[in-house]
Ligand binder design. Structure first.
Ligand code: ACO
Length: 327
């Protein structure tokens, strides 16, 4: 029988600075009404200048470690999902390993944009099911404010900063991760990307002037693709787990846009009351969305052992990911 992995504990960290839509009205040509009606976002959190992705990831990790009652030195592996690493290398996971004193842990990052946390969770599940590791810290952390073009109203209203974390372990008798689906369409790299900063378009004064180091997005195309991919992926994970949507207590979707969530819920024929939504308060925090939403649901006492959850995400790449897990 497969060795299962399940979530022992969760943690999250959100920077204290709130950037409300009203403030964005003073920065670009937009209105609270436009942002709210097109996206559902009211406000987002912005990290301090000297607060990095690894700082937020470490704070979320420390909370998960404390709530799980484990010693950081018992952690075998740290996987951090991020598209806003502190440095290109070393990995953000290495920075976090040092900050939390997890001196025994191997550490690496995973980059699948907004799908990154689920890619990381599924990777961790493989290490546990193979019997190689016992305790894995999985983090989603982002400082998206550092890659947003604050002069571009098409994108700057959408994103926020934050981090979430889970401790994954094999626990006898717990079923944990029941199924997953991961996917990518590399033919769609252009519709959501940061063109410069890699070896393809190195940073030069001209490139910086053109602001190519920031997120570029074809919103409408991304929107359409997101709804289809999230639905297909969710159905795939449900089928592999042998579950029907009505057996799922909580659907945790990627927190990009309320209209995307509405469309996914409608196609699945599931009421919105079964969906965890916090994008109104935090915007799209990319790889951090999933673990933050999971932690808030956990802290609100809305998770009982045995509950089934469906998590489904979508992001640059394009990538998508979903999992059905038993709490
Ligand atoms: N305020 C006012 N007007 C705006 C704003 C703004 N903030 N942003 C765009 N507009 C304008 C546009 O310029 C356009 O004007 P035009 O018709 O004169 O050209 C008009 O509003 C309509 O723009 P649309 O693109 O048609 O608006 P749409 O209804 O598609 O909503 C949005 C735009 C919110 C971006 C939507 O397309 C969306 O959410 N797409 C998906 C985004 C997403 O999920 N991204 C995931 C990123 S995940 C990752 O991997 C990082």
């Amino acid at each position: 029988m497969r060795r299962t992995s399940s979530i022992l504990s969760t943690g999250a960290y959100l920077p204290s600075r709130v950037l409300a839509n009203a403030e964005l009205e003073k920065m670009v040509e937009t209105t609270n009404e436009w942002i709210l009606s097109r996206t559902g976002i009211r406000e987002r959190r912005i990290a301090d200048e000297g607060e990095f992705t690894s700082d937020m990831g470490a704070r979320a990790a420390e909370q998960a470690i404390e709530l799980g009652g484990i010693d950081p030195k018992s952690i075998d592996l740290i996987i951090c999902a991020t598209c806003t690493p502190d440095t290109i290398f070393p990995s953000t996971a290495c920075h976090i390993q040092h900050k939390i004193g997890a001196t025994r842990a191997a550490a690496f990052d995973i980059q699948a944009a907004c799908s990154g946390f689920l890619y990381a969770l599924v990777t961790a599940d493989q290490f546990i099911s193979s019997g190689v590791y016992q305790t894995i810290l999985v983090i989603g952390a982002e400082k998206l404010s550092s890659i947003v073009n604050w002069q571009d109203r098409n994108t700057c209203v959408l994103f926020g900063d934050g981090a979430g974390a889970v401790i994954l372990q094999h626990r006898p008798g717990a079923r944990g991760v029941l199924s997953f689906d991961l996917g990518a369409d590399g033919a769609q790299t252009e519709i959501l990307s940061i063109p410069a900063g890699g070896c393809r378009v190195p940073l030069t004064p001209e490139v910086l002037d053109q602001r190519l180091q920031f997120i570029q997005m074809s919103g409408k195309e991304v929107f359409k693709y997101a709804v289809n991919a999230m639905n297909r992926s969710a159905e795939e994970s449900l089928e592999k787990a042998g579950c029907k949507p009505e057996q799922i207590r909580w659907f945790i979707p990627h927190q990009a846009n309320q209209r995307i969530v509405d469309a996914v819920a409608q196609r699945m024929n599931v009421g919105l009351e079964h969906f965890v939504i916090n994008l109104d308060r935090y915007g799209n925090t990319s790889a951090a969305c999933m673990p933050i939403a999971l932690h808030e649901t956990n802290m609100a006492g809305k998770l009982d052992r045995g509950d089934l959850l469906l998590m489904v995400s979508f992001g640059g790449g394009l990538t998508w990911a979903s999992t059905v897990l038993e709490w």
